[in-house]
Design a binder for this molecule. Structure first.
Ligand code: NAI
Length: 329
């Protein structure tokens, strides 16, 4: 099988080349550039393309891929809300993804954000380097004994719930499909989780139903001084409402690994660019907000699992036996 790999970063190449040793018949060509209508034309002669969560896989791009003879889209990620799956199905393109490559990687980052923003580590790091040892502005909250509210208790939410439990927190959660094996969690409805939690962490996928589920009404239900963490998808949160509430001193801290309009920034070095996106600039101006660059997944273990499963997905597809859980369409 010949695979064209878009938007390849050095760590992707290293990780995929290490795993590829087990697949001598597989050819992979790595491209720096991400996929677009223009660059999709480069897939002529390839059986499959490999893309990521930040790639724009709309109907036009998929049509171009189909016209080049591409039959398989290998998503090296769990989420696929950036893919027009209806168009892919109509064009006969199979999509395989990597669900649950390392839920702990994402959950540990969610807790890292919560801890860092809680104790203002981002401020302290800079301050101490400037010889400023004052504690003013650094007051945190004990997490032990407080309530964590997890929205979505699938693989990542379950891992986050376990971490919060380990911190001595009382864990409540909302999920359409509660997981009875998580017997330390008290399932509640969404409103109760919003109003009863000191730390709220989003771990549900983005769907048509939950676009902007965190908006001025849902934020108004939250406790004052809550810590809010989003490592799921930016569009779950109405950023303008979030900013308005931060300005009203609603939150003790906000940690965002994902945010609306992140696509142009994700994994790019834009330090010489003038910030065009006022939303990101505004978020970065608050002392109690930390933004990271969609990096929650980024651990050695997760990258190895992503490469392993992506290559196995390609092989399983060739054998006509793709794993059901990995099959998007
Ligand atoms: P999963 O499919 O194992 O679990 C998702 C859970 O959310 C399910 O239990 C489902 O019933 C629940 N759910 C669906 N809609 C809901 C709603 N409206 N309200 C409450 N719960 C709802 O998915 P997993 O692996 O835990 O991933 C969760 C999300 O994390 C992904 O969809 C993705 O958006 C995000 N993610 C972020 C990464 C990062 O690097 N920042 C990396 C990987 C995933």
């Amino acid at each position: 099988m010949k695979i064209l790999f878009y938007d390849a970063k050095p760590y992707d190449i290293e990780s995929f080349e290490r795993e590829r040793e087990g697949y001598p018949d597989m050819e992979i060509e790595y491209l720096n550039t991400d996929i677009s209508v223009r660059t999709a034309a480069l897939a002529e002669g390839y059986d499959a393309v490999c893309a990521f969560v930040s790639s724009e896989l709309n109907a036009d791009v998929l049509k171009k891929l189909a016209s080049c003879g591409v039959k398989l889209l290998l998503m090296r990620c769990a989420g696929f809300n950036n893919v027009d799956t209806k168009a892919a199905a109509e064009l006969g393109i199979t999509i395989l993804r990597v669900p649950g490559y390392s839920p702990e990687a994402v959950a540990e980052h969610a807790m890292t954000l919560a801890m860092a923003v809680n104790r203002r580590i981002h401020k302290e790091y800079v301050k101490v380097r400037e010889n400023n040892f004052s504690l003013v502005g650094l007051m945190g909250l004990n997490l032990c004994g407080r309530t964590a509210g997890i929205i979505g208790t699938g693989k990542i939410g379950a891992a986050m719930a376990k971490i919060c439990h380990g911190f001595g927190m009382h864990v409540i959660a909302y999920d359409k499909y509660p997981n009875p094996s998580l017997d330390f969690i008290e399932y509640r409805n969404l409103e109760e989780v919003l109003s009863g939690s000191d730390l709220i962490s989003l771990h549900c996928p983005l769907t048509i139903e939950n676009y902007h589920m965190i908006n001025k009404e849902s934020i108004a239900r939250m406790k004052n001084d809550v810590i809010f963490i989003n490592t799921s998808r930016g569009e779950l949160v109405d950023t303008d409402d979030l900013i308005a509430s931060i300005l009203n001193h609603k939150f003790h801290g906000v940690g965002l690994d994902v945010y609306e309009e992140e696509r142009d920034n994700v994994f790019e070095n834009r330090e010489d660019d003038i910030l065009e996106n006022a939303v990101v600039a505004r978020l970065l101006s608050f002392p109690n907000v930390i933004v990271t660059s969609h990096q929650a997944f980024f651990t050695k273990e997760a990258l190895a699992a992503i490469s392993r499963t992506t290559l196995k997905n390609a092989q399983d597809y060739e054998k006509g036996a793709p794993e059901k859980e990995n099959l998007v369409c």
